[in-house]
Design a protein around this ligand. Structure first.
Ligand code: ADP
Length: 407
C-alpha cells in the first residue's frame, strides 16, 4: 500500500510517499517558489525504498499543475525513481486547512467535496485555494486513485458550543459561521493517539492537554479522546504567542490603530499575522535566534521568551480547569520537541496542579517519545514528535479500507 501525501500551499507543494505496510517513508520533498522566475524542486529518496539519492535543482515552475507533474516525474523516474509508474500509488491524501462545519472527519474527495472546500474559502482565504489547486491537479494526474481530504479543523468539531461561540451578535454565527474552529487538528490527534499507546491506555479513557509549539502554536484540551477546546479560533491567529502571529489581543486594538494611526484593516491583518508574535516583540521569529540573543543580553529577546511561556502557562492552567482531571500534558512540534527552556518555563510554578517536571530528563536531547515527569507527578508530561504526513496517510488508508469493507 503506497500513499502519497500532498500539502499544497500558495507557492509550494510538500510531498511524501509512504509504504503503509511498514509505515516507512520512501521519498520526501518539496516544490517551491511556484510562479516565481526561478522555482526549486528538492526530493530525498530514503534508504527504506531500496534506493538512496537526493534531487535538488532549480527551474521555472509556472503553475501547481506543472509542480505536481514534477512530483510525479521525480517519484517514478525510470532512472532511479522509487516507483516504476504512477499506478503503484494506491491513495493520495491531501492536507486541507479549513473544513468549516461540514467535515468532522477525513473524506474521500468527489465533486461535492471540492464544492464544499470552495465554499469554505472565505474562512481560509490564504490556504483553501492553494489546497484546492493541489487536489484538482492530483485528480487530473491520478484519475483512477482514491483521493482523501484530511482537514486541520476536523478533530475540533467535537468542541461544545459554549467553547466555540464568540460573544458577538448571534447572527454572525448563523449567517457567516463566525465561530471557533481550531487548527493543527491532525497533529493534536496524532500525538494524543501516540500518548495513549505509550501510557498503555485507550484514548477514549484519558484526558490530555496537547501543546503544539512550532511556527504556529496551539493547545488543545482533550476529554476522553475528543477535543473539547483549543486555542486557535476562527482563523489561525488566536491564542498562544506564535513566530509572527500575535495570538490573543484586545480586539479594541483594531479600532485604536484605525483611529490613531490611520491603519486600514488589510494592514492591521497583515501586521497581526506576519509582524507580530515573537518577531513583533524582539525581531526574531526562530526560537534558536531568540535564545542566542537573550544569552548576549538582548532584553527584548528575554521579554519575547517570557511573554510566550507565560501565555503557555496561563492556558495550561485554563485547560486543567476545563478538564478537571488531566492524565498527561504532551509537547510537540519544532519548539515543543526541541526546546527544554520553553518547556521548563511554561511549566514553572505549576507543581500545585500536580505537574512536576524532571529537570534532568527535560534537558536531554529528545528525538523519540519521552516522559519528562517526576515519579511523584500526578499529571504525566511527555514529548512526542508529531508526524502530520504519517497521520494523514493513516487517516487516508483507514478511510479507504473502511469504505472497501462496507462494499
Ligand atoms: P511549522 O509550524 O512551520 O511546521 P515547526 O514545527 O517545524 O514549524 O517548528 C519550527 C520552529 O521550531 C522554528 O521556527 C524554531 O523556532 C523552532 N525550533 C526548531 N528547532 C529548534 C531547536 N533545536 N531549538 C529551539 N527551537 C527550535
Amino acid at each position: 500500500m503506497k500513499t502519497l501525501v500532498i500539502n499544497s500551499g500558495s507557492s509550494s507543494i510538500k510531498f511524501q510517499l509512504l509504504d503503509m505496510v511498514s509505515e516507512a517513508v520512501l521519498a520526501t520533498g518539496i516544490v517551491e517558489r511556484i510562479g516565481e522566475p526561478v522555482g526549486k524542486i528538492a526530493c530525498t529518496v530514503h534508504p527504506g525504498s531500496g534506493q538512496e539519492r537526493n534531487i535538488d535543482r532549480e527551474e521555472r515552475i509556472a503553475t501547481h499543475h506543472q509542480g505536481m507533474m514534477l512530483v510525479g516525474a521525480v517519484l517514478c523516474d525510470r532512472d532511479g525513481g522509487v516507483i516504476r509508474s504512477n499506478k503503484e500509488i494506491d491513495i493520495v491524501g491531501h492536507r486541507v486547512v479549513h473544513g468549516g462545519e461540514q467535515f468532522q472527519r477525513p473524506t474521500v474527495i468527489d465533486d461535492a467535496v471540492i464544492d464544499a472546500i470552495t465554499e469554505n474559502i472565505p474562512l481560509a482565504p490564504l490556504h483553501n485555494p492553494a489546497n484546492l489547486d493541489g487536489i484538482v491537479v492530483a485528480r487530473q494526474l491520478f484519475p483512477a486513485i482514491p483521493q482523501v481530504a484530511v482537514f486541520d479543523t476536523a478533530f475540533h468539531q467535537t468542541i461544545p458550543d459554549w467553547a466555540y461561540i464568540y460573544a458577538l451578535p448571534y447572527e454572525l454565527y448563523e449567517q457567516h459561521r463566525v465561530r471557533r474552529y481550531g487548527f493543527h487538528g491532525t497533529s493534536h490527534k496524532f500525538v494524543a493517539g501516540e500518548c495513549a499507546r505509550l501510557m498503555g491506555k485507550k484514548l477514549s479513557d484519558i484526558n490530555l492537554v496537547t501543546i503544539h509549539l512550532g511556527n504556529g502554536c496551539s493547545m488543545t484540551a482533550i476529554e476522553n479522546g475528543r477535543s473539547v477546546d483549543t486555542t486557535l479560533g476562527m482563523t489561525p491567529l488566536e491564542g498562544l504567542v506564535m513566530g509572527t502571529r500575535s495570538g490573543d489581543i484586545d480586539p479594541a486594538i483594531h479600532a485604536f490603530l484605525y483611529r490613531n494611526k490611520g491603519m486600514d484593516l488589510e494592514r492591521i491583518d497583515a501586521m497581526l499575522n506576519k509582524e507580530s508574535g515573537l518577531k513583533g516583540i524582539c525581531g526574531f521569529n526562530d526560537m534558536r535566534d531568540i535564545h542566542a540573543a537573550a544569552a548576549q543580553g538582548d532584553e527584548r529577546a528575554r521579554l519575547a521568551l517570557d511573554v510566550q511561556t507565560y501565555r503557555n502557562k496561563k492556558y495550561i492552567g485554563a485547560y486543567v480547569a476545563v478538564l478537571g482531571r488531566v492524565d498527561a500534558l504532551v509537547f510537540t512540534a519544532g519548539i515543543g520537541e526541541n526546546d527544554f527552556i520553553v518547556r521548563e518555563r511554561s511549566l514553572r510554578g505549576l507543581e500545585s496542579l500536580g505537574i512536576e517536571l524532571d529537570h534532568d530528563r527535560n534537558r536531554c536531547r529528545i528525538k523519540v517519545p519521552t516522559p519528562l515527569h517526576t515519579e511523584t507527578s500526578r499529571i504525566q508530561i511527555w514529548v512526542i514528535p508529531t508526524n502530520e504526513e504519517l497521520a494523514i496517510a493513516r487517516e487516508s488508508i483507514g478511510l479507504v479500507s473502511d469504505a472497501a469493507d462496507q462494499r
